[in-house]
Write a protein that binds this ligand. Structure first.
Ligand code: MIC
Ligand code: SF4
Length: 649
């Protein structure tokens, strides 16, 4: 007899608009809630203006200003905020003002609902899985299209159950659990998979702790991670004054799943992810003693009140080591206010910490870039090379308790080696709720009259052209494995160009090959296509569609890789770049940068088979690569972009 339906499919089937729930099948879903943030959101609204829907059909949609908050070096950030605020009022979204906090944590506190489906233009929207909400990251254009009421198309994930048994040992926390899991699961491809958590061990994890674990599933390329909604969830929602949002969601140990992972929480130790990947996690003791110059606590992974308060309690009455910089950023204004009320911010300041505003900040290289060649210990989720703003800094990822211990010792250390009692934190029965920085849109009939205000840096994205029947081009760049979207298009100081693709494009592959843009433009001028070659996991990390739009603007029309990450793959298709994968990985070795290439029957082959011919006259080879595009995706590519496809329909 077939087992019961798993929890992920229970939610998907409630929201299913097209297709059937089979792992790997293309399905269409309609979401209950939508989320955008400022870094991806300006483009979402520019797409919406082009799509020009008569009205939006989303249910609850929120736009958070959390990435671009510094406003340094010019008016671009503030202009983006004005644009977003007016666009939210025009289209009917709630606008979360700068200072209100990081979207994922604010959403968890104020809007997330168990048993419901959320789509968000950010890879870490999956944080909401901690509350039993099925949350899926998308590209910006996809989200704009979903806002118009068109179903969102995605690959139905295969579900893997994670059974958490046992109890966490003192000083071990949710971050250690997820780093432990990442180290266990690294080395396999998890693209197209979703995790659902169950087991006795889940009950001892609070909602923010579950959210930390769900958050970092993004680092494995998972579609999402889901926790049950139980009495812990109910208690947390009640403390947020949202008890009515509670709905039970069982994750059954008997439901039908593709695979199962079992973890005894009692075996988890304080962990650290070594640079340059969150997947390179080892027990902290293996690297204890390494001198540390900076500690940064915060982000959507570990910026909850619980996380920051524990750091304050551990540092209370002490001073951090003099040669080290400690920066602390509560993730939300609510956490910040509670820290103030309880005197915890004072404890941090007295210990020598620098306080930062509730925003992404140092997590995305916006401020607090470490000194050259130094070690920075952070509670964030990604430590890719250069993401912190300093190319040769070494970033280590740890839990808040381990971060605090490092701040006291001035070196990487296992917090158990402090030989102290773990601080005891009592959580409030009621969190201080103040939604005054969440601006509600005006009633429907008044919205359309509200003008959308565009600053001079907010530029319409380039128009796309249909895919030509055959292509001639040059391999302008050959890349290795694990090229992340941070490598393709860095954030940090260039984040302010998120609303200006033409300008942002000048920074494409900047950290990898500063000559790339000039080469690509030369090839483009000669009327040829730019073709990229990449290894495994091309496009891992962020959902930023600019990592597809900017290369496309520079004339990239085909990327041949060993494999692609999920959200980036959609972004490529939706912006008119053909993703092809190697059938034989040795073919990757045959291709060289500067090879002339021709795809003589591109469109015919995309339409008729799963193989595409690539040949080089200069080098004398002919290869077959494959694609796994659905009929719909081929049609999108032929139109040039999802925007054109939807408009045509
Ligand atoms: C990230 O953590 O990399 C970001 C910045 O939040 C991105 C979104 C973006 O690039 O705007 C993400 O995770 O999708
Ligand atoms: Fe912001 Fe960092 Fe979270 Fe991305 S991972 S949403 S940059 S805090």
């Amino acid at each position: 007899m077939a087992g019961a339906q798993n929890a992920v499919y229970q939610i998907l089937s409630r929201n299913l608009a097209h297709g059937s729930l089979r792992p790997g099948a293309e399905i269409g879903v309609r979401a209950d809630q939508l989320l955008v943030q400022d870094g991806t959101g300006t483009m979402v609204f520019l797409h919406l203006q082009r799509l020009n829907p008569p009205r939006l059909k989303g249910k609850l949609a929120v736009c958070y200003v959390d990435h671009n908050t510094l406003g340094d070096g010019g008016p671009e950030n503030a202009d983006d905020h004005t644009f977003l605020k007016s666009a939210c009022a025009h289209y009917g979204l709630i606008f979360s003002r700068p200072g209100n906090g990081i979207g994922h944590q604010v959403h968890l506190e104020r809007f997330a609902e168990p048993g419901r489906l959320l789509l968000g233009a950010d890879s870490h929207v999956v944080t909401m899985g901690g509350l039993g909400m099925l949350a899926i990251g998308t590209g910006g254009l996809e989200l704009a299209v979903a806002m118009t009421g068109v179903p969102h198309y995605m690959i139905c994930p295969a579900v893997v159950r994670v059974v958490l048994n046992g109890r966490l040992r003192p000083w071990c926390s949710a971050k250690d659990v997820v780093l432990h899991l990442l180290s266990m699961m690294a080395g396999h491809s998890w693209t197209g998979m979703a995790l659902e958590y169950c087991g006795e061990g889940v009950k001892q994890l609070s909602v923010p702790q579950r959210a930390t674990i769900a958050n970092m599933g993004a680092e494995l390329g998972l579609t999402t991670s889901l926790f049950p909604s139980d009495e812990v969830t109910r208690g947390w929602l009640v403390a947020q004054g949202r008890g009515r949002a509670y709905r039970r969601l069982n994750v059954s140990a008997r439901a039908e799943v593709a695979d199962e992972i079992v973890l005894d929480l009692g075996t988890v130790e304080p962990m650290v992810a070594l640079p340059p990947s969150p997947l390179k996690a080892v027990p902290v003791r293996q690297v204890a003693g390494l001198p540390v110059q900076q500690v940064a606590v915060g982000s959507c992974t570990n910026g909850s009140f619980e996380d920051i308060a524990q750091v304050a309690l551990l540092l209370r009455g002490k001073r951090i080591t003099p040669d080290l910089d400690l920066v602390v950023a509560p993730a939300t204004r609510q956490a910040q206010r509670l820290m103030l009320q309880r005197g915890y911010l004072q404890a941090l300041v007295e210990a020598g910490a620098r306080l930062a505003e509730p925003a992404c900040g140092f997590c995305i290289g916006q401020g607090h870039a470490p000194a050259s060649g130094t070690v920075s210990v952070r509670t964030v989720n990604r430590n890719y090379e250069g993401r912190c703003g300093t190319r040769d800094a070494q970033v280590y990822l740890v839990s808040p308790l381990t971060a605090a211990a490092c701040a006291l010792r001035g070196q990487l250390c296992d917090p158990r080696d402090l030989r102290r009692q773990r601080p005891r934190l009592t959580l409030p029965r009621r969190f201080p709720v103040d939604d005054s920085l969440l601006l509600q849109p005006p009633p429907g009939n008044r919205r359309r009259r509200i003008e959308i205000i565009r600053g001079p840096n907010i530029i319409d994205p380039p128009r796309s052209e249909p895919l030509p029947t055959s292509l001639e081009g040059v391999i302008t760049l050959k890349l290795g494995d694990q090229v992340t979207t941070d490598h393709i298009l860095p954030a940090g100081p260039y984040l302010k160009f998120r609303s200006n693709v033409q300008e942002y494009a000048w920074h494409t592959f900047k950290g990898i090959d500063p000559r790339f843009v000039h080469r690509a433009k030369d090839i483009q001028k000669r009327g040829l296509a730019n073709v990229l070659v990449a290894g495994q996991g091309y496009g891992a990390g962020s959902s930023r569609e600019h990592a597809a739009m900017c290369p496309r603007h520079l004339g990239v029309r085909v990327i041949m890789a060993k494999s692609f990450e999920r959200i980036h793959l959609s972004n490529l298709i939706h912006h008119g770049i053909v993703p092809l994968t190697f059938i034989d990985p040795r073919d990757y070795d045959r291709l060289r940068q500067e090879d002339d290439v021709e795809l003589p029957w591109l469109v015919a082959e995309l339409r008729r088979s799963s193989l595409v011919t690539v040949r080089s006259h200069g080098r004398g080879y002919e290869l077959k690569l494959k694609h796994s595009l659905s009929r719909r995706q081929v049609d999108i590519l032929l139109c040039g972009s999802l925007c054109d496809y939807v408009c045509r329909k």
